[in-house]
Write a protein that binds this ligand. Structure first.
Ligand SMILES: [Zn+2]
Length: 96
């Protein structure tokens, strides 16, 4: 069954809309994880003036982490932009 170009374009636009929604949901879900982590890291010793870690500075790594509440390494991108020191296990993001 052949579809006309108009129908195919509508399907393409629908798919693009669903992709955009999924990307927004992904960003919002990650922000919520960062905000939750930020709350639990309020007393972290390395924080500037005891202010805690800004949710926006929290970088979620890629390595499994036994001590992290999200089971993945987490970095403070503000004080540790090279991600040398997981906030939970102290391991770097770059490993061989
Ligand atoms: Zn870790």
């Amino acid at each position: 069954m052949e579809k006309n170009i108009q129908t195919l374009m509508e399907m393409l636009r629908d798919a693009e809309g669903r992709k955009l929604d999924a990307e927004r949901n992904l960003v919002m879900a990650e922000l919520e994880v960062r905000q939750a982590l930020s709350k639990t890291l309020g007393g972290y010793a390395g924080t500037f003036l005891g202010v805690g870690i800004c949710a926006a500075a929290i970088e979620i790594g890629h390595w499994a982490c036994e001590t992290s509440p999200i089971a993945v390494c987490v970095y403070d991108d503000w004080s540790d932009p090279i991600h040398d020191n997981c906030l939970y296990c102290n391991n770097p993001e770059e490993r061989k």
